[in-house]
Design a binder for this molecule. Structure first.
Ligand code: GDP
Ligand code: MG
Length: 177
């Protein structure tokens, strides 16, 4: 069997950020392993998972980092963002507070990462339309004003999960290649 580890042409570090319980860990498990966990399990420390895709015949490995965002030490936050070339900044469309906190998340991202980081604003839990507190239009407007991509996703029913990650990965590829 060939060594999959040795074949990639590019490795992109992508970070997940956003309030606790917005679905960051489930977006990652849905994308990387097609798994969903109905009950919340607290992310302890920092974890990452990888997923590969091919663009223009190049093998790309996305290394996607996930955290509970409760780091008490600035050094950990700095290490989390260091070298990141992409970011998914996530809120929950059924929880207004998580949208109001996006500004703080963006500030942290900008302090700790490069200007050129490819960022997407993600309104997760779009399956909860009956509980919606943030309109699609508000999300789109914020993303536009911050120069970010925008998508609404559902880790529960898989809506736009692959599309969100692959849009970011493809854009990074277009920038670096
Ligand atoms: P994190 O703290 O941001 O990593 O959030 P989790 O991934 O742990 O998810 C928090 C809770 O929201 C869990 O109970 C998940 O099952 C649930 N959840 C995550 N994504 C979705 C989604 O797209 N739709 C719905 N309805 N629930 C979700
Ligand atoms: Mg988590």
């Amino acid at each position: 069997p060939y060594d999959e580890e040795a074949t990639e042409d590019y490795i992109f570090k992508i970070v997940l950020t956003g309030d606790s319980a917005v679905g960051k860990s489930n977006l990652l498990s849905r994308y990387a392993r097609n798994e969903f966990f109905p009950s919340s399990k607290t992310t302890i420390g920092v974890e990452f998972q990888t997923q590969s895709m091919v663009i223009d015949g190049k093998q790309i490995k996305a290394q996607i980092w996930d955290t509970a965002g409760q780091e008490r030490f600035k050094a950990v936050t700095a290490a989390y963002y260091r070298g990141a070339v992409g970011a998914l900044v996530v809120y929950d469309i059924s929880r207004r507070q998580s949208f109001d906190d996006i500004g703080r998340c963006l500030e942290e991202l900008r302090v700790h990462s490069d200007m050129s980081v490819v960022a997407m604003l993600v309104g997760n839990k779009c399956d909860l339309g009956h509980l919606r507190e943030v309109s699609s239009e508000e999300g789109r407007r914020l993303a536009e004003s911050e120069g970010m991509f925008f998508m609404e996703t559902s880790a529960l029913n898989s809506t736009n999960v692959k599309e969100a990650f692959e849009t970011v990965i493809t854009e990074i590829f277009n920038v670096v290649s």
